[in-house]
Unconditional design. Structure first.
Length: 281
């Protein structure tokens, strides 16, 4: 899920930046494109990765024998060496059938296999490089029920305090959930803008439950149960939706869809306010 903290790129250690990412941009340059909006009390930073690119987006380990000077320069700045680079799967974008069809359950006996472990590893790397706070296997083209999510204290610290509080956003360690089954634990809901790495460049308001429980298996095949609330509950719902072939745009509030550049413009007349609200049971 593309609910990025402001300045998130600045938080990535240089060594963690994937040279193959299409969104190669230096942390330094990112800063000027991520001014804090002031008009919206709950803004989310435009995806820094959609801003003007200073360097070629061509993968550094491209098969081309003559990398562009700009690409070479980026590699030099990041201290990367071609021989250490490993290509990660591309993020699948909206429109690809894999994002619009239900994913298959993973055979519990296969979770320990090299194949599934590699998928999980790739998902974690892709999520962190993007960067995002959650990812579902279909987003790297794998139609299996696997999700990963993570929100760090450091990431959150770059969001405005009032936003963190309103969203009930708290850090949590990396979670890998295979065959997740999500259940709401209350009728409390909240409306906030959210985005998706597979629909990058856009945001829309989505109403989500504030309290959920997710059961499944961890990356070792052991049963796992997660009780989540607030922003973590939103991420879980977003990622579990992916496994049903549902994108946030399939359940967004009408007339709230917008580009990240227009995120701070007022909501249309008649749209409900952002924040928590109760719904009748
Ligand atoms: Zn998503």
């Amino acid at each position: 899920m593309e609910v990025l903290p402001r300045f998130s790129n600045r938080l990535l250690s240089l060594s963690s930046i994937n040279p193959n990412s299409k969104s190669l941009i230096t942390p330094f340059f990112h800063l000027q494109f991520c001014q804090l909006p002031t008009s919206n009390p709950l803004p989310i930073c435009p995806n820094p990765l959609k801003t003007t690119r200073f360097f070629s987006t061509k993968p550094l380990n491209s098969s081309s024998s003559s990398p562009s000077p700009l690409t070479t320069r980026a590699g030099w700045l990041l201290g990367l060496r071609e021989k250490n680079q490993q290509k990660l799967p591309d993020l699948v974008k909206a429109g690809d059938p894999v994002l619009h069809e239900p994913a298959r359950e993973v055979d519990p006996n296969e979770i320990g296999s090299e194949k599934i472990q590699k998928i999980i590893d790739d998902m974690i790397k892709v999520m962190r490089v993007a960067p995002g706070v959650g990812l579902a296997a279909p987003q790297i083209g794998i139609p299996l029920k696997i999700i990963v999510l993570e929100d760090t204290k450091e990431f959150i610290s770059y969001a405005p305090k009032e936003e963190i509080k309103a969203q009930d956003r708290r850090p949590f360690d990396l979670l890998v959930i295979v065959n997740p089954v999500l259940k709401k634990k209350s009728n409390r809901t909240a409306l906030f803008f959210e985005g998706c790495l597979s629909v990058d460049g856009y945001r829309a308001v989505v109403e989500r439950y504030l309290d959920v429980e997710v059961k499944g298996l961890d990356q070792y095949g052991q049963p796992i149960k997660v009780d989540a609330s607030g922003w973590q509950a939103r991420i879980l719902q977003h990622e579990c939706d992916h496994l049903e072939g549902t994108l946030y745009v399939d359940k967004m509030m009408p007339r709230t869809f917008r580009t990240v550049e227009n995120l701070d413009l007022p909501l249309a007349v008649g749209c409900p306010k952002l924040g928590a609200r109760k719904i009748s049971s």
